[in-house]
Design a protein around this ligand. Structure first.
Ligand code: HC1
Ligand code: SF4
Length: 563
């Protein structure tokens, strides 16, 4: 522990990694464009520069705090310096702010406003670069890039993909895939995490909003929505409600008002996945083949495994993801003219994830040659659509999701947080369903934010070993150890985004760490409030198996490469 003086006030510090964190702890919102607590320190933007009592200036993000230090954060010299940095950044930046998708949420825009930049004295001499919209998930606009390197470090340090990097020097410097390839020609897994940390509109979500508006207005089209678990805890705070609050009821209402004909819950699809995947695990344990079983519900992870560890591709579960199981079931259900009323049925899933936009295009995401899901809207796009509609989301009454796919179990809801799939499978495999049984599973090690968790459980006298990883870098480290024979598991849950889908690449960018944990808590609280805890005890799921699914389980619920 130590004490430093910041702007004339004593501030204690303990294990803060740098001066910037101590300054923020003292409630001074020092600006930065390239600092993220979960990425390595880069020190490129220099906006967090401070001055010490000897008049020396330095970036506060890359200096550790020392006892007795005296620093100033807001001297006239620093203010001029910050304004100059912003002017230089703006000089090399296209300035079509009013039409930029990031307008209103762009950190460069808001800092320029905050620092009083009313004029840019320098000319933009940068050559105009082509926009890369080759990916189904993200759009890259190099003309809006400020070279902070956040996306590069995210893609490399955290996601271990390394699809993008710096190229060229001086005024020609760019962030780009190697050899000037398009992003779709790289190993990019569409996780969207680069977009989450991008402070400007240089990386944005590839949007489907306009086509959805047109479909909603078309009287001859029946538009069906499914809402993923993690979406419900990431919308409320965008409309002034408490962060992490489950707003599923309001979401159903707003989607109905916007023109969606039916609104279902993806947690129902997650229940189907739990049942199928548990069965698959038991079969593989019996045969001893293709172990460990890797979950396959996260499409960014599936791509990563196929690209980097093809030798493990067979270990991936053959189960479709909840989104895709649901899509196939909904398509089958609406084949009936009594249900589709002679209209074209369009299936839209509302997801926290940009990679889901890619998943729907994969060959095994079609049945009988037709795509099961037509469009994916991310949470961020949905928030934009609600704003555009003018509906006061915060004031809406709640509505129940529609039948017959409107009820998911608590196990299905917690899919949206890392460890949720494993916890759901454990609930399925273990006997008992009362509070004590659920608590035993809850405290077995499945919960928490750690990037790697390990659990062991007994199944009919056999010890099953499971690992839970979130963040592809963590998955990469684990796969290397599995490959080297250093660790052995029967079941491995992988989510590409650290903390799970609640932190997906399509979610609104969280204001801080408290938003992240509030989203996790929001899903666990939803489970607490759900009577049905186990997927196999969801009566709607039972009805489906006894009816529409009979004899079609494999075709509709598994990754069917011949479809
Ligand atoms: Fe997810 Fe899943 S949990 S992958 O994070 O298995 O996106 O929420 O919908 O499909 O259910 C995402 C979330 C989501 C699927 C489920
Ligand atoms: Fe890297 Fe993910 Fe961004 Fe692709 S979407 S460039 S994999 S961080």
């Amino acid at each position: 522990m130590g004490v430093m003086t910041i702007d004339g006030r004593k501030v204690e510090f303990t294990d803060e990694p740098n001066i910037l964190t101590v300054i923020r702890k003292a409630d001074i919102d020092i600006p930065t464009l390239c600092y993220h607590s979960e990425l390595s320190v880069y020190g490129a933007c220099r906006l967090c520069t401070v001055e010490n009592d000897k008049g020396k200036t330095f970036a506060s993000c890359s200096e550790p705090p020392r006892d007795g230090m005296v620093i100033y954060t807001n001297t006239p010299r620093l203010m001029k310096y910050r304004k100059l940095i912003l002017e230089l950044l703006l000089a090399a930046h296209c300035r079509d702010c009013t039409t930029c998708i990031k307008s209103g949420e762009c950190q460069l825009q808001s800092l320029a406003h905050r620092m009083g930049v009313m004029d840019v004295r320098f000319e933009n001499t940068k050559e105009l670069q082509p926009i890369d919209d080759s990916s189904p998930a993200i759009v890259r606009d190099p003309n809006k890039c400020i070279l902070c390197g956040d996306c590069v470090r995210m893609c490399d340090n955290v996601q271990a993909v390394n699809a993008i990097d710096f190229a060229y020097r001086g005024t020609k410097a760019l962030v780009t895939p190697a050899f000037d390839k398009k992003i779709a020609e790289t190993d990019c897994v569409n996780c969207g995490q680069c977009r989450v940390v991008c402070p400007t509109g240089a990386i944005s979500i590839k949007t489907n909003m306009d086509v959805i508006w047109d479909l909603l207005a078309d009287k001859d089209t029946k538009v069906i929505a499914q809402i993923a678990p993690a979406v419900r805890v990431a919308v409320g705070d965008q409309f002034g409600l408490p962060r992490g609050e489950n707003v599923m009821g309001k979401l159903v209402n707003v989607l109905h008002r916007m023109g969606f004909d039916e609104v279902f819950d993806t947690s129902y699809g997650a229940d189907l996945t739990v049942i199928e995947e548990s069965e698959e695990l038991l079969n593989r344990l019996e045969s001893g083949e293709k172990l460990p079983l890797f979950t396959s519900c996260c499409p960014a992870w599936v791509r990563y495994c196929e690209n980097r560890y093809p030798e493990f591709a067979e270990n991936l579960s053959t189960c479709r993801s909840p989104q895709q199981m649901f899509g196939a079931v909904v398509r089958e259900y609406y084949k009936d003219p009594e249900k589709n009323l002679g209209k074209r049925v369009v299936s839209v899933s509302i997801m926290p994830c940009t990679a889901k936009k890619d998943e729907i295009l994969r060959p095994e995401s079609s049945t009988n040659g037709k795509q099961d899901i037509d469009y994916v809207l991310t949470t961020t796009e949905l928030v934009s659509m609600i704003r555009k509609s003018g509906i006061r989301f915060e004031n809406l009454e709640i509505e129940a999701s529609d039948m017959p796919f409107g009820i998911g179990s608590g196990a299905g809801v917690i899919f949206g947080v890392t460890g949720g799939v494993t916890e759901a499978v454990l609930r399925r495999l273990r006997k008992g369903h009362n509070r004590v049984d659920m608590d035993n599973i809850k405290f077995s090690g499945v919960r928490g934010e750690k990037g790697l968790k390990e659990v062991e459980f007994d199944y009919n006298g056999r010890t099953i070993r499971a690992a839970i990883v979130s963040g592809l870098g963590n998955a990469d480290a684990l796969l290397k150890r599995i490959k080297a024979g250093e660790v052995h598991y029967d079941f491995v849950e992988v989510m590409a985004c650290y903390r799970g889908c609640v932190m997906g690449g399509g979610q609104p960018v969280p204001a801080g760490p408290r938003t992240k944990s509030a989203r996790m808590k929001g899903l666990y609280d939803s489970d607490v409030n759900t009577q049905i805890k186990k997927s196999n005890e969801n009566p709607l799921v039972q009805t489906l198996y006894d009816g529409l699914l009979k004899g079609k389980e494999h075709k509709l619920l598994h990754r069917n490469f011949e479809a």
